[in-house]
Design a protein around this ligand. Structure first.
Ligand code: CP
Length: 317
């Protein structure tokens, strides 16, 4: 790894290495995450142009657990409000000797653009770009599934709700397919599903009860109203009536099915509290595993970036 921008095109071996590395950071039998010196002397800079609770704070924690120095730029109080561009903001942070950027941005492709054109010598980790990708969320979802179900073979996984606007759904579908999950189901109304789902090798359902039958994993998604345009979208009440996950509907899945959600959850819109807080919910485990996955990605990307820098300096001398 050098940058970590998307799961598209990454091999099963690499995804498995990320999961194994993340697992190695978790204390056996607890939810505690180890502290290790892998990034001592390095500076990780979080630059979030969009709001975040889980991703920003778990990246901060992950960098601290790797013994890195961490800077988090509060974009809302930064000089971007005085007209400074993304390009200039990042070039200034690079001048402060940042080794890695973790970037979240509302525009799809922002992380790729930064990696290729703005600061190519800094390792760039995508913390979510528009509707495109949220690769560390995809990997922490895979770690959650592997830790609860053992492997991806023979699993049925349902992804439910607003897939159209969800970068998490895209990253999850890519990761599940690469890791060999044989039955990936996508459930939602036509207005909230993208047209090109066949490329992900998924089965599409518009009826929630039909799609949930006998699945091992249910991944619920939030209605992403901030990305919606147009009038064909359901009201929150209508969405809950047709696609909200309640205990009766969850009973259609396997008895040991797990319930996941990337957060933030909207209780009473896509999921009822009895399910979100119930025995089958692993939503908060996902958050903990996010620290370990982000440690894995940061440490692997830093190794790749260091190797690249050595190669560049050797060929220049
Ligand atoms: N899952 C996720 O990306 O949550 P945040 O928006 O709070 O980071």
């Amino acid at each position: 790894l050098r940058h970590f921008l998307s799961l598209d095109g990454l091999s099963r071996e690499l995804l498995t290495e990320i999961l194994d590395t993340a697992d190695s950071f978790l204390e056996v039998g607890t939810r505690a995450v180890k502290k290790v010196p892998l990034l001592r002397g390095k500076t990780v800079c979080n630059v979030f142009f969009e709001n975040s609770t889980r991703t920003r704070t778990t990246f901060e924690m992950a960098a601290q657990r790797l013994s890195a120095d961490v800077i988090t730029l509060n974009v809302s109080t930064s000089s971007t409000s005085k007209g400074e561009t993304l390009f200039d903001t990042l070039r200034n942070l690079e001048a402060m000797a940042a080794d890695m950027f973790v970037v979240r941005h509302a525009d799809s492709g922002a992380a790729h653009f930064i990696a290729e054109h703005v600061c190519p010598d800094v390792a760039v980790i995508n913390g979510g770009d528009g509707r495109h990708a949220h690769p560390t969320q995809g990997m922490l979802d895979m770690l959650t599934i592997r830790r609860h179900k053992g492997s991806f073979e023979n699993l049925s996984v349902a992804i439910v709700g607003d897939v159209l606007h969800s970068r998490v759904a895209r990253s999850d579908m890519l990761a599940l397919r690469t890791l060999g999950c044989p039955d990936i189901r996508v459930i939602g109304p036509k207005t909230l599903l993208p047209a090109s789902l066949e490329q992900y090798g998924v089965r599409v359902f518009h009826d929630l009860a039909e799609g949930l039958r006998d699945v091992d994993v249910v991944i619920m998604l939030r209605l992403q109203r901030e990305r919606m345009q147009g009038g064909l979208l359901p009201s929150q009440g209508e969405f809950y009536r047709l696609y909200g996950l309640n205990t009766t509907r969850l009973a259609l899945a396997k008895p040991d099915a797990i319930v996941m959600h990337p957060g933030p959850i909207n209780r009473g819109v896509e999921i009822e509290s009895a399910v979100a807080d119930g025995a089958q919910s692993v939503i908060l485990n996902q958050v903990t595993y996010g620290i370990a996955v982000r440690m894995a990605v940061l440490s692997m990307a830093m190794s790749g970036q260091t190797a690249q820098r050595q190669l560049t300096s050797e060929s220049a001398s």
